[in-house]
Design a protein around this ligand. Structure first.
Ligand code: FES
Length: 116
């Protein structure tokens, strides 16, 4: 089970902005939007720009390179909601003023094929 790791203290991420932190060897974009923290993989699914530095508006972050927009909570690609493309989402919690992030669960192993 993934472990929560402290990345910042409450107050270090201004309202309506994101910051990037390393969690288990990958950069994670942690956002503070409308009083709530959320976290998605920092590297944009398009070409890898840092989403933490993107402009946040209406619950979405705009990638600074080519303006693709992703939901800061669900990772959904807001420009094409029908697409399966989305940023991986990290769990976030606040414990005694510490903002903590946990990596997503690894995908379950596929069940072996059954024989009739
Ligand atoms: S790298 Fe993010 S939209 Fe191109």
């Amino acid at each position: 089970m993934p472990e929560f790791q402290t990345v910042a203290r409450v107050g270090e991420i201004p309202e309506g902005e994101g910051r990037a932190y390393e969690v288990d060897g990958r950069m994670v974009a942690v956002f503070f939007v409308e009083g709530q923290y959320s976290a998605i993989l920092d590297a944009c699914s398009h070409m890898g720009a840092s989403l933490a530095s993107g402009h946040v508006e209406q619950g979405g972050v705009m990638c600074p390179w080519h303006a693709w927009r992703f939901c800061v909570k669900s990772g959904q690609w807001l420009d094409n909601p029908q697409s399966k493309l989305r940023q991986p989402v990290y769990a976030v919690r606040v414990v005694e003023g510490a903002i903590q992030v946990a990596p997503p669960e690894p995908p379950a192993a596929e069940a072996p094929p059954t024989t009739p």
